[in-house]
Design a binder for this molecule. Structure first.
Ligand code: NOJ
Length: 500
């Protein structure tokens, strides 16, 4: 892939999200590990991805699936050792893959030694009770009493995740040290967790009541307030500038900013790109998708700086949100938009949600989206772990089979992902929507010579004339190299090229 200041490696990259606990177990404890990821790098390379992002693998009591970090510069024993991390980074590079870690700068685990040894690094109430009316992202008051000191601390997420005080200069220094630690070990970049929560109002003022529903879905409770003071501080650049300074310009920083695209500009001054969550939350309707894409491409400076994402470990999987019929068209869309795209493990084989954990592992109900990867239908637990091990969440079956089965089938979802990713280099320039095609049809031109069309409606619909199929969602019906059809059934789509 091209490397230049105008076109850095990540600009059109496909980044594969590994949820380490559910990827590949090698020590039969029922949880995935770093050695397992190293063993499966060939799958990520064969998919055609440019990089992988690991959800957190740091020491953690797992109150929030690892997003409760008890030490930034180490590996949780369940995932392996620092030596395993070094080996994985080296192996990824040998596979031609870059590796991104997940950095969680907004909060630590309550079990992090900082909480007792450096209490000044956290946000405390000066009252015997909550300082204000803020509500945590998962619901309930954002303040809890520390049984040790009896004081009340702020937590934007679970009570086990006390918020760091980014207005105390000690905090940027300490987190910057962690970034440099991993950078020195060869990591190529970081996905920055929840950075819209990093800085809050210095006066910790009450949030006002919400006057309109939030643009992005919130926990029912959290949505009753407008997060005017509890997040998205106007001087966010103070904190983000420190993160950027710690790593320099050649390290990819991807922002998880849970805000509408129109509010991303101050973040994009310091991070390279940010996820477009309006698209992830858009209902499966052509107009809604078109609006979400336009919003993400529009804001000043954001063009080409958007990381497209339709799915991750926090939300229902694609067949559950869009309907099984539309899963392939969703992949077609995400992989043909301009800019970087993130693919969540399992999406490339069309995985659906599984049951909740028994007992539940995540109190916010996200277990169903985190089941083990399905590698091989004929192996115990789908190849995730040994026969006599008990996976932390049960291995579930996948329509169309595991990776091994789908790799052998040219019309599988996996083959669709591989072919679409292979076709991406031809799609580099611009995006222009094609208007007034038919109800439910989303169609756009990429550059002068490619057309993408999909039928998001419930009835067969005409699509714009478009030369030769490069790849269709249903390759047996619309063969690559054949003429683009004049009509698509619901859930069908294609990318096609005009002869030049
Ligand atoms: C976003 C992460 O994706 C999610 O899993 C986590 O619960 C929150 N941030 C809090 O760290």
């Amino acid at each position: 892939m091209t490397r230049s200041p105008d076109h850095p490696w990540w600009r059109d990259a496909v980044v594969y999200q590994v949820y380490p606990r559910s990827f590949q177990d090698t020590d039969a404890d029922g949880e995935g590990d770093l050695r397992g990821i190293a063993r499966r790098l060939g799958h990520i390379r064969d998919l055609g991805a440019d990089a992988l992002w690991l959800s957190p693998v740091y020491p953690s009591p797992m109150a929030d699936g690892g997003y409760d970090v008890a030490g930034y510069e180490d590996i949780d024993p369940r995932f392996g050792t620092l030596a395993d991390a070094d080996a994985l980074i080296a192996a990824a590079h040998e596979h031609g893959l870059r590796l991104l870690m997940d950095l969680v700068p907004c909060h630590t685990s309550i079990e992090h030694s900082w909480f007792t040894q450096h209490p000044g690094r956290y946000v405390w109430s000066d009252r015997d009770g909550p300082q204000n009316n803020w509500i945590a992202s998962f619901g309930g008051a954002a303040w809890s009493r520390d049984p040790g000191s009896g004081r009340w601390y702020l937590h934007s997420f679970y009570p086990e995740q006390p918020d760091l005080d980014w207005r105390n200069p000690d905090v940027p220094d300490a987190v910057a040290a962690a970034l440099r630690f991993w950078r020195a070990r060869g990591v190529d970049g970081f996905r920055l967790d929840a950075i819209d929560r990093l800085l809050k109002d210095p006066g910790l003022r009450d949030d006002p009541p919400a006057t309109s529903p939030p643009v992005l879905p919130e926990h029912a409770d959290a949505g009753t307030l407008e997060h005017l003071h509890s997040r998205n501080a106007p001087d966010i650049g103070l904190a983000l500038g420190a993160l950027r300074e710690a790593v320099g310009d050649d390290t990819l920083l991807v922002g998880e900013v849970y805000l509408p695209a129109a509010q991303l500009a101050p973040y994009l001054e310091h991070v390279d790109c940010a996820f477009a969550f309006e698209l992830l939350h858009a209902p499966w309707e052509a107009d809604a998708f078109r609006n979400a894409i336009t919003a993400a491409l529009d804001p000043a400076g954001a063009a080409g700086r958007i990381a497209w994402v339709l799915s991750n470990h926090d939300f229902p999987r694609l067949p559950d949100r869009y309907g099984a019929r539309n899963t392939r068209a969703a992949a077609l869309l995400a992989l043909t938009l301009p800019g970087a795209v993130f693919v969540y493990q399992g999406d490339e084989i069309g995985m659906a949600d599984g049951p909740g954990g028994d007992p539940p592992q995540d109190r916010a109900g996200r277990d169903p989206h985190r089941h083990p990867m399905r590698w091989e239908d004929d192996a115990p637990h789908g190849g995730f772990t040994n026969a006599d091990a008990r996976p932390w969440l049960p291995a579930i079956e996948v329509d169309g089979g595991g990776v091994a089965q789908q790799a052998a089938d040219p019309d599988s979802v996996l083959s669709l992902y591989r072919d679409l990713i292979a076709a991406r280099p031809a799609l580099r320039d611009g995006l222009t929507f094609l208007d007034d095609i038919a109800d439910g049809v989303l169609a756009f031109r990429r550059g002068d010579d490619h057309v993408v069309a999909l039928n998001m409606g419930d009835a067969p619909a005409p699509v714009p004339p478009a030369g030769t199929i490069v790849r269709a969602t249903h390759g047996t019906r619309h063969r690559a190299g054949g003429p683009a059809p004049a009509e698509l059934a619901p859930g069908e789509g294609f990318v096609a090229a005009y002869a030049s």
